[in-house]
Design a protein around this ligand. Structure first.
Ligand SMILES: Nc1ncnc2c1ncn2[C@@H]1O[C@H](COP(=O)(O)OP(=O)(O)OP(=O)(O)O)[C@@H](O)[C@H]1O
Length: 258
């Protein structure tokens, strides 16, 4: 589904990514982990088109998208969420989700504002689809609530719903469990499993190692911009290089969670 080939990104004298490569299988959950500053967010930015790499290539479904501008990445079936919640605070929940459908809409602004013809039909279709997505993420009952009235965990779900609205095949989630309590994290894990069962491919940057170990089919570990290890959760957890560089004492607690 996704091939990251020999990606390098330099910020002045710092190599944020250094010849990093990995592959993500279709319909899998793939986690990207590593210490602070390892290059995880930079890698997400390269994949999603926010950051142009100095070297290397990104392929989605075999197509080279390295030079595809940010605003055209949705058209190749990719969506992402960000580390910090970025919702429109003046809108309700469903309006936020409907914004995510923008790349798939055709009616022009005049038809949409007047609410006639194609504009009206499209708005109805968009509204119906977003209600389905809200039901999928467990937020149908708050569809018309102001988004600011929702708990932190639910706001994160709205972000995921908005990303799903563009009907992606590949979803990039940057620290989706950050700031969540244990019960919200468990609910999130269940949601991600449901999405994978629906055929979606998920790439997740996450610091919560218990969450990552339970959820992922494969894990790539970054360290100083390089791929330190890449493989099944068990193999990665037991890799001495990963334990030395990153897991340290948390390896023991991860064993319990596996
Ligand atoms: N725009 C930038 N300009 C200069 N340096 C940057 C920039 N963005 C990231 N860096 C540096 O690149 C390195 C990788 O940063 P990045 O945010 O990708 O790491 P990370 O693994 O996501 O870290 P964290 O887990 O703390 O979010 C860090 O040393 C960071 O300070």
């Amino acid at each position: 589904m996704l091939e990251v080939k020999n990606i390098s990104v330099r910020f002045g004298g710092l190599m944020a990514l250094n010849d990093a490569s990995f592959q993500v299988g279709r319909g899998t959950v793939h986690a990207l982990i590593g210490p602070n500053g390892a290059g995880k967010t930079t890698m997400f930015n390269v994949i999603s088109g926010v950051q142009r790499p100095d070297a290397g290539r990104i392929l989605v479904g075999g197509a080279d998208i390295t030079k595809l501008p940010l605003h055209r990445r949705a058209s190749c079936g990719m969506a992402r969420t960000f580390q910090n919640i970025r919702l429109f605070s003046g809108m309700n929940v469903i309006e936020n989700v409907m914004c995510g459908m923008h790349p798939t809409l055709f009616a022009n602004p005049v038809l949409s504002i007047l609410g006639i013809g194609k504009g009206r039909a499209e708005e109805r279709r968009c509204h119906g689809r977003c209600l389905e997505i809200l039901a999928l993420v467990g937020l149908a009952d708050v569809a018309y609530s102001p988004v600011t009235a929702l708990s932190y965990g639910h706001q994160r779900r709205v972000e995921i719903a908005r990303a799903l609205a563009s009907d992606p095949a590949l979803l990039l989630l940057d620290e989706p469990a950050a700031g969540m309590n244990p019960s919200e994290t468990r609910d999130l894990a269940r949601l991600l499993v449901t999405l994978r069962q629906g055929g979606l491919t998920l790439v997740v940057v996450e610091h919560d190692l218990h969450f990552v170990m339970k959820l992922s089919d494969k894990i790539t570990v970054l360290n100083f911009g390089r791929v330190l290890a890449d493989g099944a959760p068990l193999a990665v957890r037991n890799d001495p290089r990963v334990i030395d560089a990153y897991l340290g004492s948390s390896a023991a607690s991860m064993k319990e969670s596996a």
